[in-house]
Design a protein around this ligand. Structure first.
Ligand SMILES: [Mg+2]
Length: 232
């Protein structure tokens, strides 16, 4: 039996673009309110509201849409026309229909890993939206299990890698978030590969781990293949 039996992949900004739609929507949001509140203030309010709401609403587009409305109300002292709330909701809804194109090399990598490994998706976000993106990506057939979780913690990785594999010791997590994909997976005892993305949400940032023999940083998902071969 190989040393490494189970490989988990983050979804957004690891398998396909996602954060760029948040970046563009935040830009549109600030433009919508530009006549009513200073831009820097709007951006700061949205950022703080998003962070504060994660614990209540969880991760994903629905939570973000509620945060946009809340931040717009705060930025305008509550003087926000209903038509603008409608426009903000339209911005949020558009994020639930964006195209899902896997990054180059992702499909080939999953294809190559599948015969000898159990492949998982471990993602946060809205259940319906994450399922839509997985279906639209065409990648669903490559995965043995999909885990859509409310948060990514050491305990969550421990549970997932034990339930679907041979425990964290023989598992690897691959993702673009140092805070959510790498650090808790390492803490659980798994290998963890950081694949940096073009855009990163502030809540996904964290310092590199120190002295961890099971941490790697690779420029592309495809480069997981030689690493997996080396681990055996
Ligand atoms: Mg991600």
């Amino acid at each position: 039996m190989p040393n490494l039996t189970t490989i988990g992949f983050d979804a957004d900004d690891t398998l396909w673009h996602h954060e760029k739609y948040f970046v563009a929507t935040k830009e549109r949001f600030s433009e919508l309110l530009a006549d009513r509140a200073p831009r820097g203030e709007t951006e700061r309010l949205l950022h703080d509201t998003e962070i504060a709401n994660v614990g209540l609403y969880g991760f994903g587009v629905k939570s973000f849409t509620l945060s946009m409305i809340e931040a717009a109300l705060a930025a305008t002292g509550g003087r926000l026309p209903a038509s603008l709330i409608g426009e903000i909701m339209t911005l949020g809804r558009a994020m639930l229909t964006h195209p899902v194109d896997p990054f180059p090399g992702v499909q080939e990598t999953l294809e190559a890993l599948k015969p000898a490994h159990k492949l998982l998706v471990v993602t946060r976000g809205d259940l319906v939206d994450q399922e839509r993106k997985l279906a639209a990506s065409g990648l669903l057939p490559f995965f043995d299990e999909i885990e859509i979780v409310s948060d990514k913690t050491e305990a969550v990785y421990e549970r997932i890698f034990s339930r679907h594999g041979n425990g964290p010791d023989r598992a690897m997590m691959v993702g673009n978030s140092m805070r959510a994909d790498v650090l808790p997976a390492l803490a659980a005892g798994a290998w963890a590969v950081h694949v940096p993305s073009e855009h990163v949400w502030s809540l996904d940032l964290a310092d590199d781990p120190t002295g961890s023999a099971r941490f790697r940083r690779l420029p592309r998902v495809a480069e997981v293949l030689p690493l997996v071969a080396a681990i055996g």
